[in-house]
Every structure is written in structure tokens, then in C-alpha cells.
Ligand binder design. Structure first.
Ligand code: GLY
Length: 405
């Protein structure tokens, strides 16, 4: 049966690959304790780096997972896109299948195509497939083994079709699967609108990235061949859910809509008011979820590292919350929606529910006090400027306000 809800899609993905002899591996925690280049897990493959490098052996050569990821620092940083963008998130779930010296390009491509067209029943003519300009083998598999028409296979360069998790480590050329929302969804207005333009047009949604792991990149940029080539794929659950549920804006699918509804109910907003304030609603739904998962994984708001990021996203959500009408802490209520909705797939949410709610409310209160102090400082500064007939806050004062508050 075709999966419809996000919980069903996650389950269908893991079962599909499990039937293809993939070990279902639980998500690793979000904080990366042993990796100096990465604060948070940013891809499903992070927990398998040493397996790709041949330094670690596992009792399986195929794996699948639904990995909790954060992309808020380093090479993959989506923070500023959250809110305006319909499809970028700080926290997201990455569905992945992995081969450690087992199948390679043909297996990865066939499995992905079957999951999309047979399990999710997405019409094949809505899908476009990119391959690296140099990758004749992947092109040939899509064209001649899967039977995709040449007009739906696009060759692109390193920017889109070469993937690495950071500046060092396992990497390789990719093949991406894009979904076409149709010409009516075009926001770039170009007559030649296409995935090839790579211009963030809302018509095209990159859904799944198939990485053909071949190299280990060193700090100086040199690449050596991995002991055995492998496969690492990543598909955002948020995006495939939007495709299956027909919601071009991720916040309208069943992963986010319940939290957005809760915000609306708390504010007593009409549908029009909710629409007018959509950036604030999205930031709260996104950051509230990210903070919930970070706290569940043991992160505490703090002044450095992972704790600083948590503090920043709670405060960013609180600030947007004030702008759209909240006068009291509200994030614990948003967190509860996610705890109820995702607690089965991620039991740590239920186990630490009380701690999550308490941490959020405490941080919101602390921030409210800070913000009130900052606003009174700002008013004093503005009054002094007024007296002197000045129109601009000097850089040092602005920086002090930002850095302190
Ligand atoms: N590891 C593949 C991706 O994150 O796109």
C-alpha cells in the first residue's frame, strides 16, 4: 500500500531496504563528540565514515537509517534560509541506504527508482535525474538499464553533483533525483527554466542524493581512492513527504502542520493572519522542532559549541514569537506537538519530555529578561542620540548590544 503519512513513509523506506538485505541502523545522536570539524551530525553517512574508509568492519555490508541531522554550521548551513524558504530546515530527518563495498551505481540507482515509482508511486515523468558531467556510467544506467528518456537525464558539474560531508573524508560524484512541481510553480520566470540552471527556482525540488563514494579527501585537497567504492544516499523525509502529500511548501505537510496549527490556536489567529505571519510561524515550527531534538540528545543552552547553537535557535524562535504576538513562553507547547507526533520513531523524545519542556521555558524566560534589559538600553541610547541630533548608532555600540544581548 502506498505510504501517505510521514511516519508511514519513514517506515516504508526502512522496510523497503531491509527487504533488500540492509541492516536497519538506529539514528546516531545529533551532537558529534569526536569530530573537531563538525558540531552536529549533518548526514546519514557520518556514523559510517570509518566503515567507508576501511578502518572499521561491521557485520553487514548494506545498511539503512533515518538519521537526525542539523545543518547550521560548517559546509552545510541552512539557518538563514529557514523561514523564507519553503524547503530548508535546521533539523531534518535524512533517509539513507548505504553500501560498504557491496553494490555500487547500478544498485543505488535501481533501488532509488523503484522506491520512488513503485513504493511512493510518483509518476516517472515528474522526475529528473542529474549525473556528474564526467559520469558516463551513471548516465548509461539511467538511460539504458532503467529506461529513462534522455530529456530527463541532466549532466551537471561539481557544485551539484559532487558531495562531501566537510572539507575532509569520504566523497564522490553523485546522481540526484529532482521532482517537478510543474510550470505553474516556477518562480524564476525564465523561459528556459530547468534543473540545469540551478537557480533555486521553486519548480524543482531536489529530493534524493545518491553519492557514489570513491575517494578520501585529505586536508590539502588531494584525493585517494577508498579501499572499496561504496554508496551513501540521503533523502530528506520532509521533502519526500511533501511530494507524496502534494504540498510544495514543506510546512504544509504532516510533519509541520500540527505545530503550525498549535501556534495558530495559541495566538487565536485567523487563517489570513497566519498567512501574513508565515515567516514567524515557520521559524517557530522549525526551530521548536530542532530545539526539542537537541535537548532530547543531551544538549543544554550555553555560551559555546552545541549549547550556543541551541541557545541561538531558541532565542531566534522566541524573537519571532514576540514579533507575531506571543507574550509568554510558548515553545514547550510546540515541543509537545513533536513529542506526541514523533515519539514512537524517536523514543528519547518521550523519555525526556518533561526535561525538554522545562529547558525551553527556562531559556525563553532568561531571554525575555535579557531582551527587556537590551530594549531599555537601546531606548537610553536613542534618547541620548536624539539630544545630540544623531541619526545613526555607531558600530561599536551596535556590536556591544548584539554581542551582549
Ligand atoms: N550524504 C548525502 C547527502 O547528504 O546528500
Amino acid at each position: 500500500m502506498k505510504p501517505r503519512t510521514s511516519n508511514e513513509i519513514r517506515q516504508a523506506f526502512l522496510e523497503f531496504f531491509n527487504e533488500l538485505n540492509h541492516e536497519i541502523v538506529p539514528s546516531a545522536p545529533l551532537p558529534q563528540h569526536d569530530n573537531p570539524t563538525l558540531l552536529f551530525t549533518n548526514a546519514g553517512m557520518n556514523q559510517f565514515v570509518d566503515v567507508f574508509l576501511g578502518k572499521e568492519k561491521r557485520p553487514y555490508s548494506r545498511a539503512t537509517s533515518s538519521q537526525k541531522c542539523m545543518r547550521v554550521q560548517g559546509k552545510h548551513n541552512d539557518l538563514e534560509n529557514v523561514g523564507p524558504s519553503p524547503r530548508h530546515h535546521t533539523f531534518f530527518e535524512m533517509l539513507g541506504n548505504f553500501s560498504f563495498g557491496d553494490y555500487f551505481k547500478e544498485g543505488a540507482i535501481r533501488f532509488a527508482y523503484d522506491f520512488m515509482t513503485k513504493v511512493c508511486q510518483i509518476p516517472a515523468d515528474k522526475l529528473y535525474f542529474t549525473v556528474h558531467t564526467s559520469d558516463d556510467e551513471a548516465y548509461d544506467i539511467w538511460a539504458n538499464k532503467v529506461g529513462v528518456p534522455p530529456s530527463h537525464i541532466l549532466r551537471m558539474g561539481d557544485k551539484t553533483n559532487f558531495w562531501m560531508m566537510g572539507d575532509v573524508g569520504p566523497c564522490g560524484p553523485t546522481s540526484e533525483i529532482h521532482y517537478d512541481w510543474g510550470p505553474e510553480a516556477c518562480t524564476c520566470g525564465r523561459p528556459d527554466c530547468s534543473v540545469l540552471l540551478d537557480n533555486d527556482c521553486d519548480r524543482w525540488l531536489e529530493v534524493w542524493n545518491l553519492v557514489f563514494m570513491q575517494y578520501d579527501q585529505a586536508e590539502d585537497g588531494t584525493r585517494t581512492l577508498l579501499p572499496k567504492p561504496g554508496v551513501d544516499t540521503g533523502m530528506g523525509l520532509e521533502r519526500i513527504t511533501s511530494v507524496v502529500q502534494g504540498t510544495p511548501v514543506n510546512y504544509n505537510n504532516d510533519l509541520f502542520a500540527p505545530a503550525m496549527d498549535r501556534v495558530q490556536a495559541m495566538l487565536g489567529d485567523t487563517a489570513e493572519e497566519r498567512q501574513e505571519k508565515y515567516v514567524g510561524y515557520r521559524v517557530i515550527a522549525d526551530h521548536g522542532r530542532a530545539a526539542t531534538f537537541l535537548i532530547a540528545d543531551g544538549v543544554r543552552p550555553g555560551a559555546a559549541g552545541a549549547g550556543y547553537v541551541l541557545r541561538m535557535i531558541i532565542r531566534r524562535a522566541a524573537r519571532f514569537g514576540r514579533q507575531i504576538g506571543f507574550q509568554q513562553p510558548f515553545l514547550a507547547d510546540v515541543a509537545q506537538v513533536y513529542i506526541d507526533q514523533m515519539g514512537e520513531a524517536y523514543p528519547e523524545l518521550r523519555q525526556r519530555a518533561e526535561h525538554i519542556r522545562h529547558t525551553l521555558t527556562q531559556e525563553e524566560r532568561r531571554f525575555a529578561r535579557t531582551l527587556d534589559a537590551a530594549l531599555s538600553q537601546l531606548i537610553t541610547i536613542l534618547e541620548e542620540m536624539d539630544e545630540k541630533g544623531e541619526k545613526e548608532i555607531d558600530g561599536q555600540t551596535a556590536f556591544n548590544l548584539y554581542a551582549t544581548y
